[in-house]
Design a protein around this ligand. Structure first.
Ligand code: SF4
Ligand code: SF4
Length: 399
């Protein structure tokens, strides 16, 4: 009997220890300086073609990138019928989403005349109450339209690229005119995301670029109708680095794979941003030591990455801020071979698990207690595997 009592006492103490609010080690907050030139992103480098003036200009400016880029140019390319993971239905669907999101581009930025602004604002004089009201309205409407989360931040220099890199923005200095940024996330479907790097993943990814683009465009037009300036930052048209804006708007922290880790969906989201001169209330930034701590121990994304693009080590100092930096060249070269945007890292991340009572409880424990957090890393490996298998394509897509 005594043995039983001792056993129960020990179990109770362990459970109590796991539920105490023990946050653990505090890590340095990573705030970079402004440095990123959009011309260096892989999408921009893919847009420049041999024979064009900007092609020669770019490699004169960055001679070290030429060899790395020749490697991805030898591959079939994103959504190519020759790509390894080609799927007729899924690729047609992804292309359709990217075509549809282009219809929003003309609404990206439109300055109103002074008369229109005055007319739209009417007699309203914006006080701090209106600030609250407008922020609440914008956030609620974004959620009604399907946003998973919405946050507001004051725009900082480091949120912006230095120079544009795509289409007509190539080589133009990025100049911000807006004080606030509204960041929105939309959820990526669990079942389709889990198939990464197979074709259904890119179909879902493209669809969420479309959905986030639609919500951002609607918000920007609404703000303009209220008499303010607003600019969207959506697929292929970003002046801003979305994960940094979203982190500062309180929507999550940036993890090992360089993506925004939201509290309840992890990296399984897409982000869009609207910048505006409307008076808004800002949210607390999403700095979260518990994500950094979890990522330091987990490393599952680094283990499964088919191109070994994710580092296993500690965060390193890049442009004034500590962070993990993935190898964007090897990652993109793999995309061009697979034909999809892969997403294998996103699929295996313990934070990407389905949102339900059990997983929400685990997420709470991870945030609340560092011992629970360490245990959760191990248990995820036991239940889901250290290298989880790629999920099968749904039968209706594999057609
Ligand atoms: S898989 Fe693990 S290490 Fe990678 S981002 Fe997710 S939690 Fe962090
Ligand atoms: S998207 Fe794929 S290739 Fe790129 S970092 Fe993630 S797992 Fe690696």
């Amino acid at each position: 009997m005594i043995v039983l009592y001792v056993f129960l006492l020990v179990i109770s103490l362990i459970v109590l220890l796991l539920f105490l609010p023990l946050k653990g080690k505090q890590y340095e907050i990573a705030v970079p300086v402004r440095h990123r030139d959009e011309r260096d992103t892989m999408f921009s480098r893919n847009e420049i073609k041999p024979g064009e003036e900007r092609f020669d200009d770019y490699y004169r400016m960055r001679p070290g990138n030429r060899e790395k880029d020749d490697a991805f140019r030898l591959k079939p390319g994103l959504l190519s019928p020759e790509a390894a993971n080609y799927n007729r239905y899924a690729f047609a669907c992804a292309n359709a989403s990217f075509e549809a999101v282009e219809t929003f581009f003309p609404y990206r930025e439109k300055a109103h005349s002074t008369e229109h602004r005055a007319q739209s604002r009417g007699e309203a004089c914006f006080t701090s109450d209106n600030k609250d009201e407008l922020s609440k309205f914008i956030k609620s409407w974004a959620r009604k339209m399907g946003a998973h989360s919405v946050g507001i931040t004051e725009m900082k220099d480091y949120h912006f690229y230095t120079y544009g890199g795509r289409k007509e923005r190539y080589g133009k200095e990025v100049i911000n005119k807006h004080k606030y940024g509204i960041a929105i996330t939309v959820e990526m479907d669990y079942e389709l995301t889990m198939t990464g790097p197979q074709a259904p993943e890119v179909m879902e990814s493209a669809q969420q670029y479309l959905r986030s683009g639609m919500i951002a465009t609607q918000l920007a037009l609404t703000l303009r109708n209220l008499g303010y300036e607003a600019k969207t930052h959506i697929d292929a048209n970003y002046d801003v680095i979305c994960p940094l804006v979203a982190r500062d708007a309180g929507l999550g922290e940036i993890g090992r794979m360089g993506l925004l880790m939201t509290p309840d969906l992890g990296p399984r989201v897409r982000i869009a941003v609207v910048t505006t001169d409307a008076p808004l209330m800002v949210d607390e930034p999403g700095y979260d030591n518990t994500v950094i701590d979890f990522c330091r121990r987990c490393k599952k994304c680094a283990r499964v990455c088919p191109s070994s693009s994710i580092p296993f080590g500690e965060r390193e100092n890049h442009e004034g801020g500590l962070r993990w930096q993935i190898n964007q060249e090897s990652c993109y070269t793999y995309w061009c071979q697979a034909g999809t945007d892969c997403g294998r890292c996103m699929a295996v991340c313990p934070y990407s698990h389905k949102s339900n009572t059990f997983h929400d409880f685990i997420r709470w424990g991870i945030r609340n207690n560092f011992i629970f957090r360490r245990l959760a890393v191990r248990l995820d490996d036991i239940f889901y595997g250290t290298k989880p298998k790629v999920a099968r394509e749904p039968e209706w897509i594999s057609g």
